[in-house]
Structures are given as C-alpha cells and as structure tokens.
Design a protein around this ligand. Structure first.
Ligand SMILES: [Mn+2]
Length: 241
C-alpha cells in the first residue's frame, strides 16, 4: 500500500517522532511530508534532524521549512541570534548541538538550507508550514517568509468554515487549491488535540511543542496516529511551555 503521510511540528521531540513512525507502521512504500519546525522546544533537536537526514536516504520524503528551522539555520550558518528566538526554544536547540562533531553540524546546516518553502502535488494539494497571503496563490507571493510565518490563512480558514463555497465573499485564497496542509499554529491554542480541518485547510500541528502529542496523518483516508503527550516523554523538561 502506498500512502502519503504528513507529519506535524516536531520541535525537538525525537521520542515522539519515533513513536508516530512506529504507530503508523511506516514502510519504505510511504511518502513522508514533514511540515516543518523540526527544532526548538524539547531537548533532542540534533537527534530529530539526524533522523530526518537518515529517512531521506530510505524513504520518499518532502521536508518543508518552518520559521524555527530558518532561525536555527541563521545561527548555524551566519552566527545570527536573537533574544526572542532563544526564549522561544532556540536555547534548547543550542544546548542540543553543544559539542557535536563539526562535520555533523555542517551536514545539518546543508539539510536546513535545502528545505522547501512549499510542495504542490499532482492533485493540486498544497503543503507548507504556515500559509501565504497573495489571493492568487503561492506563485504570486511577494513575501516569501510568509510561507513559514503567516497565520492569516489559518485564521481566514477558521472564520470561513461555515460559509457556502458559492458565497460571493468566500475568500479567494481558499478556492485555489483542493486541500492545504499546514502546521505552525498549535491546535492546543483552540483546545483541539486532533488534526482539524477548516475550509479545506488541514492543520496538523497538534501542539507537540507544548502540552500535547505529535501527529502523523494519511492524507487520503484522514486516518491519523499520535505520540504520547510530549510532557510525559520529557518529564524533566518544559518544552516551549
Ligand atoms: Mn512555526
């Protein structure tokens, strides 16, 4: 069976990543689409990136860029840091990379540099970390950082979830793609702990950085599997709480 599976924001939660791959019985026939934010939060960002790099050689994978991945890349490649990043998980990532062999760090930097801003499949399904702002879609986006920073697409999808598709004011942005898969805005903030669909936008970030689980979902059947809640996997840590 060939499946396409999307994986939500991992944020250094390596144990959760191992659990979801196992619970979904992932095989080399599956295509894996990672929605970004691999680092910043729990203590195992190094192990997460290592695992993703090794999955790349065994599985068909798409690795999307999250805002946290770019912030970390800025540090790794250019020595750029900022207090806000350190406060929101960056420090845990730096701790995780302390005293790692230089060649490993170089390979990880190369991996982060080559992440994709978005992926559009043959069925007009769009995958990206956060969203886009141009009403004509990703090709017309003027502000490419929005692919991994925007929250207005999700907010618009939520606000429009009960509108009829034929409503004259139905948001143009939500008519372009058959489905959109995102992470970035944790569903725990709206008290949801499972993947949530609004106006054909699927949010798969179930809040693994905070109090909830990591999710992997089959995009055809919408069946999903979850890790244990992250605080139980890392009982002596706070994640991004
Ligand atoms: Mn994010």
């Amino acid at each position: 069976m060939e499946r396409t599976l999307v994986i939500g924001d991992i944020h250094g939660g390596f144990k959760a990543l191992e659990q979801v791959l196992e619970r979904a019985s992932v095989t080399t026939n599956d295509t894996l689409i990672f929605l970004g934010d691999y680092v910043d939060g729990w203590s195992q960002s190094f192990e997460v990136i290592n695992k993703l790099i090794s999955l790349k050689s065994s599985h068909n994978c798409v690795f999307l860029r999250g805002n946290h991945d770019e912030l970390f890349y800025d540090w790794i490649a250019n020595g750029k840091s900022n207090p806000n990043w350190l406060l929101h998980g960056g420090q845990a990532t730096l701790d995780s990379y302390k005293d790692r062999p230089y060649n490993f760090v170089q390979i990880h930097a190369h991996f982060l540099q080559n992440l994709e801003n978005y992926y559009l499949d043959s069925k007009n399904r769009l995958f990206l970390h956060a969203g886009f702002t141009n009403v004509n879609g990703i090709d017309q986006e003027h502000f490419t950082k929005m692919f991994y920073w925007d929250r207005s697409l999700w907010e618009t999808a939520l606000a429009s979830r009960k509108l009829d598709l034929n409503d004259e004011f139905y948001p143009q942005r939500l008519k372009i793609y058959s489905e959109i898969y995102i992470g970035h805005t944790p569903l725990s903030k709206i008290n949801r702990d499972k993947p949530f669909c609004a106006s054909s936008v699927w949010n798969v970030d179930t809040g693994a950085a905070f109090t909830n689980a990591l999710t992997i979902m089959d995009i055809e059947t919408k069946e999903f599997w979850q890790s244990d809640a992250l605080p139980t996997l890392y009982p002596n840590e706070k994640g991004r709480n």
